[in-house]
Design a protein around this ligand. Sequence first.
Ligand code: 13P
Ligand code: SF4
Length: 311
Amino acid sequence: LDSSIDVVAEIKRLRDEKNAVILAHYYQDGAIQDIADFVGDSLDLSKKAAETDADMIVFCGVRFMAEVAKILSPEKKVVLPDLEAGCSLEDSCPPAEFAEFKKQHPDHMVLSYINCSAEIKTMSDIIVTSSNAEYIVSQIPAEQKLIFAPDRHLGGYLSKTLNRDMVLWQGTCMVHELFSEKELIKLKAQHPNAPVLVHPECPDAIVQHADVVGSTRKILNAALNSESETLIIATEPGIIHQMEKAAPHKTFIGAPGADGNCSCNTCPYMALNTMEKLYLCLKNEGPEIGLDEATRLEAEKPLRKMLEMSE
Ligand code: 13P
Ligand code: SF4
């Protein structure tokens, strides 16, 4: 990129010129969060995408999130700074294998975490995110048998807290799997009064140490509302950017991986989006998310169901 280009000014100019809206997830780089029109968790981002009157949605997050935006706003152009921004949960659930799995449990309703491909969504009855999953599952009659895919940790957490059996697909988030219980215990011993805020994509061994379990938005709100000055955050460290902005006097410590620090827990897919790629994406109006209409229509049903059933 030509070094004389003022990337921040150009992003703002192109956004206005093209009537674009920039949506960013809390795991994005701080500079991207700062320039976005809206920063949120998966549920809030999908609602924004469904409501916007912009002509183009520039989605700073991972591909499945941009796909959700396209499914809910098909008439809009949806672009993503880097199409390679995937997700290990999506990769852990190949559609052909999932179709087989579904066949083996014919009388089950399929609940899928939003972190999956559009094809998996077409095979699902209801989509959930980590901020509405408990609320949605609690509305489903107790006798209804359930499959939960693809995150076995979120599924296991729901099963335990709601006391509800579910057949779990065995997918995981590669980032949340990296937290080390041993290192977390050491960190807690150094900060005995620090609450531990945990994302439910974490394994049960980490969730066991949590004072609060929830989506990125819930973790952010809990950190800001807490009376404690020091907090331990067990999710992707991008979220700490918003915490430090809103409460600069507090100390937010990223939960450690096996090496004792939190840097290994950065999502490599989220990190593919950069300010330079955001600028190019606005300028070139691509790479663009495309979906065939039959897939889009089938994937839309369980997403609309989710929006109906959310608070
Ligand atoms: P939420 O923002 O909905 O908590 O999702 C977290 C996540 O891992 C997104 O990929
Ligand atoms: Fe997927 Fe995990 Fe990255 Fe979220 S943090 S996008 S679940 S790999």
